[in-house]
Design a binder for this molecule. Structure first.
Ligand SMILES: Nc1ncnc2c1ncn2[C@@H]1O[C@H](COP(=O)(O)OP(=O)(O)OP(=O)(O)O)[C@@H](O)[C@H]1O
Ligand SMILES: [Mg+2]
Length: 225
């Protein structure tokens, strides 16, 4: 069974005096151990799609299943807290906190088992994505964009969620740093058996993934290549 099953999702936004269809009966399924990328032109609905599969938004019709259970039945908040880790494009870190505190706070919210000593687990995670102890104790506003991106990834991983979502995680990074981030996502899928779904504008990043999904604007089809 797929870890994530999206069935016939329909979603519109208000647009003046009518509504604009963004996702028109979209279906897709995602497995653990795989790194997926979603490509599509600007405005076609990629971020919207991520917000639906992370239960930040609600589709007008259609259903999303986590391990065969409708996320409506799990409860949106619970699903978000325990089953998905999200890396936002603008990181969404808490700016007055250190890198370590940002990760710790996420670990305090989930109901998943995150290991005994929260601080040392958080530090290990940060280390894994290339944030050493000195940087872990620095306020995140005093870290570079690439470093903040890594902190956001560590935070997404810290709750032990099976599904890791990221919205254009390499968009603001130089090539080398971007490649490092892509390697992290690959490892998450292939070594830690996570289901990793990354929205990107980069064909290069997409080539590194196991499956590419292309979202077409207005033709309203959403297909595997
Ligand atoms: N809250 C909102 N209210 C109304 N329309 C919105 C809202 N959020 C997004 N939209 C519109 O929905 C469409 C899809 O937006 P979305 O952010 O999903 O696109 P995207 O594929 O992520 O684009 P990009 O590659 O530029 O990030 C766009 O036309 C956008 O203007
Ligand atoms: Mg977007």
């Amino acid at each position: 069974m797929s870890i994530l099953e999206v069935k016939d999702i329909y979603f519109t936004y208000p647009d003046g005096d009518h509504r604009k269809t963004i996702l028109n009966h979209v279906s897709a399924s995602f497995d653990c151990g795989k790194f997926y990328t979603i490509l599509g032109s600007s405005g076609c609905g990629k971020t919207t799609f991520l917000s639906l599969i992370s239960a930040l938004d609600k589709a007008e019709s259609g259903d999303i299943y986590y391990n065969g259970i409708n996320i409506k039945d799990i409860g949106f908040e619970k699903y978000r807290r325990n089953h998905v880790g999200i890396v936002f494009q603008n990181y969404n870190l808490i700016t007055y906190m250190t890198a370590l505190e940002n990760v710790r706070i996420a670990m305090g919210i989930t109901e998943n088992d995150v290991g005994g000593d929260i601080s040392s687990t958080a530090l290990e995670l940060l280390e894994k994505v290339g944030i050493d102890r000195t940087k872990a104790d620095r306020r995140v506003t005093k870290l570079s964009g690439g470093e903040q991106q890594r902190v956001a990834i560590a935070r997404a991983l810290s709750t032990n969620a099976d599904i890791i979502l990221a919205d254009e995680p390499t968009g603001n990074l130089d090539k080398k740093t971007g490649r490092g981030i892509v390697d992290i996502f690959k490892n998450l899928a292939h070594d830690l058996n996570k289901c990793v779904i990354v929205v990107t504008h980069s064909e290069e990043v997409a080539r590194e993934s196991d499956e590419i999904l292309r979202l077409y604007s207005h033709t309203q089809s959403f297909n595997f290549e």
